[in-house]
Design a protein around this ligand. Structure first.
Ligand code: DGL
Length: 275
């Protein structure tokens, strides 16, 4: 090993979500930037975010991110959660001195992709109701109809799936059916998965939804943005293998159960903040 290899510090990206959803974003970052070192953080103690009040969520995200950065300094912070990003980004950006990438509903790409002018938005109830989301729709979906549906059940099902538990496809079916029973849904041709948990259920959703629907999310765009922001960081040698870590805010049996799923994201170590 030469000197530069010994002293090399891989760019560090902190990817944060309420639970496992942000892994759908971490996967895109790993694919695009295989030599970046990831800390994947799950606020499992306060999960789920989609049912929490705004003031308590802003305070909680502030508390957890502050503790995470104190424990694991990062070059970039990715808020891999639509529910948190659509609410907390201005506060975090005013407070923290590092680049922050937020994940917000992919309304703009969906409207550019849609031929029928009818798009769907599947998110947590909180994201569907956020003024930020309404503003995105007003700004980018001027010539489109947006059919929105909020679901907390899908978030829970994605968590079960990653814990290796059996999931009930009929429950997912009632949600897709509710979406497709909405007026004009027969014209919908693009569906925005605006909760980072939902790409983890993409196969199940695709099975249940009409084949004409294109399912999109923000993961790949986030990875491109991270790449852009890391352009000035040192590059690793070709054989460098980064180490990744999962940090949970609470040590629970459910968190331990995620270990096999985490290895599919090359994450072999877990730590706990207990906050
Ligand atoms: N994964 C999160 C999102 O993108 C939210 C899930 C939750 O309700 O905690 O919105």
């Amino acid at each position: 090993m030469n000197d530069s290899a010994q002293t090399f510090q891989a760019p560090r990206v902190l990817v944060f979500d309420s639970g496992v959803g942000g892994l759908s974003v971490a996967r895109e970052i790993q694919q695009r930037l295989p030599q970046v070192s990831l800390v994947y953080a799950s606020d499992n103690a306060f999960f789920p975010y989609g049912t929490k009040g705004e003031a308590e969520l802003i305070a909680r995200v502030d508390q957890v991110i502050t503790a995470l950065l104190a424990r694991s300094p990062a070059d970039i912070l990715v808020i891999a959660c639509n529910t948190a990003s659509t609410l907390t980004l201005p506060h975090l950006r005013s407070k923290l001195n590092l680049p922050i990438v937020g994940v917000v509903p992919a309304i703009k790409p969906a409207t550019l992709m849609s031929k029928s002018g009818v798009i769907g938005l599947l998110a947590t109830p909180a994201t569907v109701a956020r003024p930020y989301t309404h503003e995105l729709i007003r700004e980018y979906a001027t010539n489109c109809q947006v059919i929105s549906l909020g679901s907390s059940a899908l978030v829970q099902i994605a968590e079960q799936k990653l814990r290796g538990e059996a999931i009930d496809i009929t429950v997912i079916g009632t949600i897709t059916q509710a979406l497709m029973n909405t007026e004009n849904a027969e014209k919908m041709d693009v569906l925005v998965l605006a909760c980072t948990h939902f790409p983890l259920l993409k196969e199940e959703l695709a099975q249940l939804l009409p084949a004409r629907l294109t399912l999109i999310d923000s993961g790949a765009a986030i990875a491109r943005r991270v790449e852009f922001l890391l352009a000035d960081c040192a590059e690793a040698s070709a054989d460098y293998v980064p180490e990744h870590l999962a940090v949970f805010t609470k040590a629970t049996a459910e968190a331990a159960q995620l270990a096999p799923a985490l290895t599919r994201f090359n994450i072999y170590q877990q730590a706990y903040l207990n906050i």
